[in-house]
Each structure stands twice: as C-alpha cells, then as structure tokens.
Design a protein around this ligand. Structure first.
Ligand SMILES: Nc1ncnc2c1ncn2[C@@H]1O[C@H](COP(=O)(O)OP(=O)(O)O)[C@@H](O)[C@H]1O
Ligand SMILES: [Mg+2]
Length: 365
C-alpha cells in the first residue's frame, strides 16, 4: 500500500469566522479517507495560539478549543522547518512532533483567508490547499477585488470607499444622490456579513458606519442591487472549472450573520438556481474570468446579484468558502458530480501540483 499523505488541517483562527472554521474542520475530518491521509489537527485559538488537537476529542466536544484551555497552553506548537524536517514542532521544548506533506488551512476571514497563513506556509515550502498569497489578500479586500474586476470589464455594484478620516465628508444626501437609496455599508475586509448594514434612513448612517469601523479601517458604501443572490463554485489551477449555480434565498431582509449561522432555517439554498440557461452560462464564465483575474488557484466561491432583467453584478470572491458538508461550495460540486470526499482529494492534488510546478521555477540565475 502507498504511504499515507501527512495532512495538516489548520482550523479556528483569530477571526470573526472562527466558529465556522471549526464546523468546516469537523466536516472535513468526518469525510476524509483515513486510509489515504494521516491527519494532524492544528487548532488556532482566538488569541492566535497554535496547538495540536486530539481528533476523537475534537469530534466529540462541541468546541475543543474552548474546552481545554490549560492543555492548549502546554501543548503550544508551531510549524517549522529544520534540517530535513518540515512540520509541527512543540515550541516549549523544540521537539519535532509530526512532519507534514501538505496543509489544508480551513480558516476563514482575517489571518486565514487574507494571505497571512498562506505566507507562513509558503515561506516553509509547504504545499497548501487553496488560493495563494496575493489572490487571498485581494479576495479578502472588497475594494481591491472590485478594482481588478472593473479592470477586467466584469460588472460590479457602484460604491464609495471611506475611512475614519474622510467618512464625515459624505452626507446621507450626497451618498444617495450617487448610489440611490437604500445602500449597503460593509467593512472592506470581513466576511459572514459581520458589520454589514442596509441603510435607508439618514438616522442609521452614522451608527452603521461606526459598527462597520469596528471590523476594518476601510468601509464600502454600496448601491443596493435588487435581485437574486447566485453563487458559483470554482475548482482548478491553470484550467479552472465552474460548477452549476446555486441560489441563496434569505427570508430576512438580506443574508445577514443571523440568517447565515443562527437562524439557518430562515434561509433556503436552491441548487441548481432557477436561472435562464444562457444567463447561467454567462455567469459561470464570468466567475472563471474573475477567479483568474485576481490570480486565484485551487478554489473559490464567486457570488453574484442577478437582477430581474437578467443583468448581474459580481458581489465578491470568497477564496476559502464555508466548507461544512451542508455549505454552498461543496453542495454546488455535489450537484455538478463531485462528492465531498472526492472534492477533498482533488483539492489536495491541486495543492501538490501547484507546489511542484512552483518548485520547478528557478530561484537563482
Ligand atoms: N450591494 C448590495 N446589494 C444588495 N444586497 C447586498 C449588497 N451588499 C451586500 N448585500 C447583502 O449582504 C450580504 C453580505 O454582504 P457581502 O458583501 O456578501 O459580505 P460578506 O463578505 O460578509 O458575505 C449579502 O449576501 C447580501 O444579502
Ligand atoms: Mg457574502
């Protein structure tokens, strides 16, 4: 039998999406083929400390990261490279614990989806699942994403970008004269609808901006696009493929944090989305183009708003989308013919292939 692949799964993290990452990790561990992979489960707590989790304990406990804080401190680890070893090292005694062949950083939001962890893994020469440093950073920043999309001729919603120093220059009246009423306020770098507000009254503007500023220094004020929310999953490196489309039907006013994670029964996921086939094909091609335009490889979920007249705008590119077994990204692939377990295998192969390709590049003359 072939040697097992040493797979490190990094989850949790210093992000508002910590809990979602824990759920994604649990689904991955439950599904992944134990005959093919030797799993090392690396949890990052909310303060940013890393430690190894016991897999059985993690699967049984609701949230091991919070359940055993003392143990966490004693077992603090890091990933390091020394001599011929690259893998998990105990930072209190410098002992090598487990070598790694490839890492799946199933982390969402800041420090996980924004190029930070990707930089650490790249510096250590470790292959990793998902988008590389630059595209992660771009995909995380809704302002930079839109600039690149605009450059590629991909339709986006009209928006203004403000910071703490200049936001007072924009009165409600001025904003709605540019963008219409209502508008959406959102942190440039966030996710899971954290800090996102729909504003239709002058009295809501300042409090919404101040709330958004809790999560980022840069805020987008955006034209509200009335229509369906449709999403497309992308998979691949040089020749990325698009899945069928899915539709999010939130029963609340918009797809808020509550409707995403707390009152999930409030939201319906329609797969495939009920979209005219020619329009759907156009959206899928646009999703691939957007993926390539930010330089993404591996995977992403590309989200659109589709108006009644069948025009659409690209809302955002999620470079590490929710990955529980009931999340949109894996569900879209399932509907396109790739099951959850197979999807994991494919992502790991893509990680190894990209790493091999990049290793062949010359690093000296
Ligand atoms: N311009 C917009 N027009 C209409 N709805 C919007 C707009 N921007 C955001 N929303 C609503 O808010 C939700 C969260 O915003 P989004 O930009 O996707 O941020 P996040 O990264 O937090 O998911 C969207 O799924 C949608 O329901
Ligand atoms: Mg979104």
């Amino acid at each position: 039998m072939n040697k097992k692949i040493n797979l490190g799964i990094i989850f949790g993290g210093r992000s508002t999406e910590h809990e979602i990452s824990v759920r994604s990790a649990r689904s991955i561990i439950n599904a992944i083929d134990p005959d093919k992979y030797h799993i090392t489960l690396i949890g990052i707590d909310k303060t940013g400390k890393w430690y190894i989790n016991n897999i059985q304990g993690f699967l049984q406990a609701k949230n091991l990261l919070q359940a055993t804080p003392d143990e966490a401190v004693e077992n603090e680890i890091s990933i390091a490279k020394k001599d011929n070893f690259t893998g998990v090292v105990n930072i209190s005694n410098n002992q090598s614990i487990q070598s790694l062949d490839v890492v799946f950083p199933i982390l969402h939001g800041s420090f996980g989806e924004d190029g930070t962890i990707q930089g650490v893994l790249k510096a250590l020469d470790l292959p990793f699942v998902g988008v590389d440093i630059l595209a992660s950073a771009v995909g995380m920043d809704k302002d930079f994403t839109k600039r690149l999309l605009r450059d590629a001729g991909i339709p986006i919603a009209k928006y203004l970008c403000v910071n703490k120093n200049n936001f007072k220059q924009y009165s409600f009246e001025k904003i709605i004269s540019i963008l219409g009423n209502p508008v959406f306020i959102k942190p440039a770098n966030a996710g899971s609808s954290v800090g996102v507000h729909k504003v239709s009254e002058e009295s809501e503007l300042e409090s919404s901006l101040l709330d958004a500023f809790l999560y980022d220094n840069k805020i987008l004020i955006e034209e509200a696009v009335i229509g369906k929310e449709v999403e497309c999953a992308i998979l691949g490196n040089e020749d990325p493929k698009a899945s069928v489309l899915g539709e999010i039907v939130p029963k609340s006013d918009f797809y808020s944090y509550e409707s995403k994670y707390l009152n999930t029964s409030d939201t319906e996921m329609k797969i495939p989305a009920d979209v005219d086939p020619i329009v759907a094909q156009n959206i899928r091609e646009t999703a691939v183009k957007a993926f390539q335009c930010i330089g993404a490889e591996g995977l992403s979920r590309v989200d659109f708003f589709l108006r009644k007249d069948n025009t659409f705008v690209l809302n955002e590119i999620n470079t590490m989308p929710g990955f529980t077994n009931i999340s949109m990204y894996p569900k879209l692939w399932e509907a396109t013919g790739i099951g959850y377990k197979e999807l994991l295998d494919k992502l790991i192969v893509l990680a190894l292939e990209r790493h091999q390709r990049n290793m062949n590049l010359h690093t000296s003359l």
